[in-house]
Design a protein around this ligand. Sequence first.
Ligand code: GLU
Length: 291
Amino acid sequence: MCGIVGYVGHQDAPSIIVEGLRRLEYRGYDSAGVAVLGSDGRTELRRAVGKLKNLDSLLKERPLSGRIGLGHTRWATHGRPSEENAHPHHVDGITVIHNGIIENYLELRRSLQAAGRHFSSETDTEIMAHLVATKLAAGAKDLTEAVRGSLAEVRGAYAFVILSEQEPGTLVTAKSASPIVLGYGEGESFIASDIPACLEHTRNFVFLEDGQMATVRAGSCDVTDLEGHPIDVTPTHVDWSPVMAEKGGHKHFMHKEIYEQPTAVADTIRGRVSMDDATVHLDGVGSGWST
Ligand code: GLU
C-alpha cells in the first residue's frame, strides 16, 4: 500500500510528482524516489530513505527538471529499506516503479542473471526493468509491446509505471490487485495509486481494472487488456475537493478511520501475499505495533 505518481504534460514534472506523493503519505512508506526524463533525453533519479522531507532536501541540493516522470513511496517487501532498493529502478534506459510483489521473482532473477544481467538492488521490482529492457533489445516494437511481453512472465500483485528513454513522451502502466487511477488533464495526464494525488490538477478519472494496462501520453490514455485489445473507457467526473477526497466521503477523519479498518487491512495484505512460498510479507508492520 504505497504511493505511485506518474506525470506527462507541460508542467514541471518533479514538483507535481512530489506533491502527489505527499498526498499519498497516509499509505505508509519507508523510502521515496523520483525519476524525470530531461530535455537532453536522459533519465535522472533521486532516492532517499525515510520521509519525503529527505527527498525534498535532495531535490533542493540537486534539482531535476522535465515534463515527464514518475515517483514512488516504497514499503519494502523484498530487500531492506535503503537508497539502492528505493524505487524508481533504472536499467538500460528503462525506469520502473512498482507496488506489490512479483511472486516468481527468484526464478526470473536467476534466468536473467544466467543471461548475463546484473542487478543493483535486492528488490523483486528490478526484474521488471530487466525484462522490459530485454524485450526491447530483442525487437519489441515499442514500450507498450515490451511491457505486455514482460507481464506475460510475471506472476503476482502489481501496479507498475514504466518510462523508456526511447519513447520520451510515453508512460506505460498496468495493474493487477494494486490500485491505479488515470487522471485526464488538458494536454497532460496523470497516473496514481489514489485520486488525492492529482485532484488539484484534474477531476476526470478512469480506475483501471485488474488485467488492464494503459499507454499514457500528454492528454491521451489508451487502455487495453493484456493481449492488447483496446478497451473503451469513459472518465468519471469526481466533484470532491482534495480534503473531501482524503476523507473518502466520510464526515470526519475519525469516522473514516473506524469504517475503513476492514478495507485498510485487506489492502495492506493484498500486495504482500505470496502464493509461491505461502507467505505474507509483513516487514515493517510490527515496528509500529510492538511499542
Ligand atoms: N516489492 C517491492 C519492493 O520491495 C515493492 C514494495 C511496495 O509495494 O512498495 O521494493
